[in-house]
Design a protein around this ligand. Structure first.
Ligand code: NAG
Ligand code: NAG
Ligand code: NAG
Ligand code: NAG
Length: 267
């Protein structure tokens, strides 16, 4: 009888008092709010608007930008680190007039996918550090892009000169692991990112391929953990870009924190 009584009580109170039910989608239920969120969707939007010439962005990159600002609106530290990591990766690939290659990103994705499959992490730290080095050089590129766009208009992006340019790598295996390691409130947005990035991965244009590889590498667990360790200086840097200020002064400490995190991040 008990369930029945409970139901009728519920119904009678529902009839007596108008009840408003607020439904939250899974994406909105984020635990562990931070005091003073390092970044937000609005900040990421401003960064992208301020720094990126929209004339070069195809529909999948635009989709990715939109999802990124949604990720930045999640208030927990893991999502904040993911948004910062992915934004630095994306901006680095869009900053130069001529795309470079995606060697460090593709190499890290492969090493990460292998390490998840075999449990052997012996190659992981050096691959993570090389990729963090690439993110650090992205910070310099972003400073140039913001302060003097003409200086990067004809520049070629970073090159690792690996065979094939890092355009083919274990995309699916890496994303299986990224999705498997995500939290329930992130999974909807990460699935959307996976779909957009898969199109960029298989695209013909090498800039699209580079964005696919860079943002995938920026999403693997050891990288987001390292970015989390350096979140203060990295988010200060992005906030300066978002506000239209000269971010050059904040670039050095952001790079330093990122490289330092690579040495100590638990794998
Ligand atoms: C990317 O494509 C551009 C234009 O097609 C080409 O000039 C450049 O060499 C390519 N970069 C790499 C790393 O293959
Ligand atoms: C892990 O991988 C490295 C390099 O691929 C190899 O030299 C080492 O023997 C492997 N370790 C184990 C325990 O299999
Ligand atoms: C890749 O090749 C370019 C042009 O040949 C060179 O300037 C650059 O230093 C090389 N990068 C690496 C990491 O070897
Ligand atoms: C998913 O992650 C859990 C814990 O992190 C791990 O035990 C499991 O093997 C992973 N599954 C796959 C398919 O990677």
């Amino acid at each position: 009888m008990l369930p029945f009584v409970l139901v009728s009580l519920f119904l009678s109170s529902a009839l007596a008092v108008p009840v408003s039910v607020t439904q939250y989608s899974i994406n909105e239920v984020a635990p562990a709010r931070l005091d003073g969120r390092p970044v937000s969707g609005a900040i990421i939007n401003n960064v992208l608007e301020y720094a990126v010439d929209g004339g070069d962005t195809n529909i999948y990159i635009l989709t990715l930008e939109q999802i990124l600002s949604d990720v930045a609106n999640l208030a927990d530290i893991k999502s904040q680190a993911l948004a910062v990591s992915q934004t630095l990766a994306l901006l680095g690939e869009l900053a130069s007039g001529v795309p470079g290659d995606a060697c460090e990103a593709a190499a890290l994705v492969n090493v990460y996918a292998d390490s998840v499959r075999t449990g052997n992490k012996s190659q992981l730290r050096s691959a993570v550090n090389r990729y963090l080095g690439r993110l650090a050089s992205n910070i310099d590129l972003i400073v140039r892009l913001v302060n003097n766009p003409d200086s990067v208009r004809y520049a070629v992006g970073s090159r690792g000169n690996c065979s094939g340019g890092g355009r083919r790598y274990q995309f699916e295996a890496a994303w299986d692991a990224i999705l498997n390691n995500s939290n329930p409130y992130q999974i909807g947005l990460l699935n959307e990112e996976y779909c957009a990035l898969r199109r960029l991965y298989s695209a013909f244009n090498n800039r699209s391929n580079n964005v696919g590889a860079a943002v995938s590498a920026a999403s693997v667990v050891p990288v987001t953990r390292a970015v989390e360790l350096a979140l203060g200086p990295l988010s200060s840097f992005l906030r300066a870009v978002a506000s239209g200020a000269n971010p050059a002064n904040l670039a050095a400490s952001a790079k330093q924190a990122l490289i330092k995190a690579g040495g100590s991040v638990p794998l």
